[in-house]
Design a protein around this ligand. Sequence first.
Ligand code: NAP
Length: 334
Amino acid sequence: MSTLQNRQFKLTSRPVGMVKRSDFEFVTTLAAEPGPGEALVKVLYLSLDPAMRGWMNAGRSYIAPVGLGDVMRAGGIGRVAASNDPSLAVGDTVVGMTNVQDYAIVKAKEVTKVDPRLAPLPRFLGALGMPGLTAYFGLLDIGQPKEGETVVVSAAAGAVGAVVGQIAKIKGCRAIGIAGGADKCSYVVEELGFDAAIDYKNEDVRAGLAQHCPKGIDIYFDNVGGEILDTVLSMLARRARVIICGAISQYNNMESMQGPRNYMSLLINHALMEGFVVFDYLARYPEGLQALAGWTIAGKLKAREHIVEGLETFPETLQMLFRGENAGKLVIKV
Ligand code: NAP
């Protein structure tokens, strides 16, 4: 029996609106021993994702809800502390669903081994991980960007949005970001090379889009939904592609979700709107990761992570995503 202390956040009630500490129980147990085909992983960094809010709700989605009493689901990166599978050795660095705890029992075939010399560990949870892959497959597979087209992305300074705009530039498109605050807007233009950014908290989004997208919007990569989606829909170019990646402005909305009012713009402009989930592309992850790593090494893909210290901060750290308080991919250093 292990003597390793394992702190865990268990979901104990379904949040109403914003997630809060009282929705969880913070417990300490002893780490379990890995069974056949399993490994014990010491979690080093936890990935905080907007989707976690949806996983806490009951009801049908693309993945089963986290059960009441279960350890909260989360991605993470960690080091193998004990292994009961020949494919993993003690000391290997792995990415996978570790959940919100110090030690995770994982199935060897459900985690990915990464080379920790390639990048700082949190990057494997951001631009070189699930959010980077989301940008890659969403933009390239659904958006089909062509040179000279105008790509608009919301939550542009965040984990997914920052990669979307940079891939758009790599593909020869114009990239326009929408983000909250002057600092985030100057980050995406000055550091990431977007052509322009609109501060939706302090500027008129419609006027900004009219200025920066005079021929209309060819591709909109939507991370936020709500008002911004409506505004963009009214400014589409002919044969535009609207990629529904997320709708963070609606995730805490317990009333009816604000849907697009301007959807007739799809008809008028012969446009397409399509949603996707990154897990659909599991079989093609190696292709995506190779491209993202190549661009990173070539200096064409930059990223930043927002690191908060301490597993115990989990509920309050998760709230930061919904207040726009994260500057880059949000992770907890466990
Ligand atoms: P992120 O952008 O790093 O962080 C979330 C950002 O959302 C915040 O920093 C904030 O930026 C913005 N935001 C929060 N509340 C908002 C509101 N009411 N209106 C407008 N913007 C708001 O997070 P991420 O991990 O990259 O995720 C971005 C989106 O992609 C989310 O919708 C997420 O659910 C989605 N996603 C989808 C998939 C998929 O498979 N489909 C996979 C991963 C992520 P500002 O300061 O700029 O407001």
